[in-house]
Design a protein around this ligand. Structure first.
Ligand code: PBG
Length: 329
């Protein structure tokens, strides 16, 4: 039926009517807050390209966790800035690595009862060269060596599970890592630790500010031999299918807003729990516009977050988690 019988504006005429027919919800319980853990005590070092985000020492991270729990945020995703780096990323899987220590401290806090603690599993913050795997120097230049890296990623995941991670989240994009991690977790007795796989992760310029936050920029070359080409939507679905076949319990889509089509395609194809990662560059560009007074902070932030839920994401990893939880109160 057409106009004048059909008038879609009828259901927009008051807030109560709009609320009644609202299709998508956004709640603090849908949000995961990333933390960058650094050595020291009482450290709260601002990240210049991400206003409002800090490198936090473990004691400060515990305070942050308590605030997040209070706000009803679902969980934390932990990244580590180790004291020292080496060729093989030893700090990623050390029993007393920075993330492992943080997990133990957080696990002891009251906040941990309300928060899901997720360990990011990757080597790039821990390697001297900044790549997500180990480097093999060959006659024709270097390669990021897939298969030997798997063992180190598996060790990282197991050490995080031992330290108290509720979920491990591999973000490296090596082939076969979900299977390697599942096998190692099971062998170590962690059959109930879920894997949240960054199944669809594109080589993106929007990770720029993160590399300042995590001090993880590659020292040579780039990540295009392991992260996906931004032009490839069909390949993303293959990546997801493979990770699920290898035993991923949940998938994470990354970046968010420039790849909303991929999130929607994944939701249509796979009935699995799925998160979207609104990455550092997405946060920074919005923040920059807010600082200039060009966008309304609260409305633009919530609109961007809602777009992920509408596209089909169950949860969102976002640096806005605290701001959004406050705005939604
Ligand atoms: C580690 C990792 C990165 C991000 C999450 N995990 C950086 C990268 O791949 O270069 C980016 C997150 C962000 O930009 O907020 N591999």
């Amino acid at each position: 039926m057409n106009f004048p019988a059909t008038r879609l504006r009828r259901l927009r005429s008051s807030e109560s009517l709009r609320a009644l027919v609202r299709e998508t919800t956004l709640d603090a319980g849908d949000l995961i807050y990333p933390l960058f853990i650094c050595p020291g005590k009482g450290v709260r070092k601002p990240i210049s390209s991400m206003p409002g985000v800090f490198n936090l020492s473990i004691d400060e991270a515990v305070k942050e966790a308590e605030e997040c729990a209070e706000l009803g945020i679902a969980g934390l995703l932990l990244f580590g800035l180790p004291e020292t780096k080496d060729e093989i990323g030893t700090g990623a899987y050390a029993e007393d690595g920075i993330v492992q220590q943080a997990l133990r401290a957080l696990k002891k806090s009251d906040a941990a009862k309300k928060l899901v603690l997720i360990g990011d599993v990757c080597l790039c913050e821990y390697t001297s060269h900044g790549h997500c795997g180990i480097i093999h120097e060959g006659a024709h230049g270097y390669t990021v060596d897939n298969d030997p890296t798997l063992e180190l990623l598996a060790k990282t995941a197991v050490s995080q599970a031992k330290a108290g991670a509720d979920i491990v989240a591999p973000s490296d994009m090596m082939d076969g890592r979900v299977a390697a991690i599942r096998k190692a977790l099971d062998a170590a007795g962690f059959t109930n630790t879920p894997i949240l796989s960054y199944a669809s992760k594109f080589a993106s310029a929007f990770y720029g500010p993160f590399r300042e936050a995590a001090d993880s920029a590659p020292q040579f070359g780039d990540r295009r031999s392991y992260q996906m080409d931004g032009a490839n939507g069909r390949e993303a679905l293959r990546e997801i299918a493979l990770d699920l076949a290898e035993g991923a319990d949940m998938i994470l889509m990354k970046p968010g807003m420039p790849y909303l089509d991929i999130i929607l395609a994944a939701r249509r194809k796979f009935g699995v729990p799925m998160g979207a990662y609104q990455v550092s560059g997405e946060y920074s560009m919005l923040k920059a516009a807010f600082e200039k007074g060009w966008l309304d902070e609260k409305r633009a932030m919530l609109e961007a977050l809602l777009s992920f839920r509408r596209a089909g994401a169950d949860f969102i990893v976002t640096y806005f988690a605290k701001d959004a939880a406050k705005a939604l109160k």
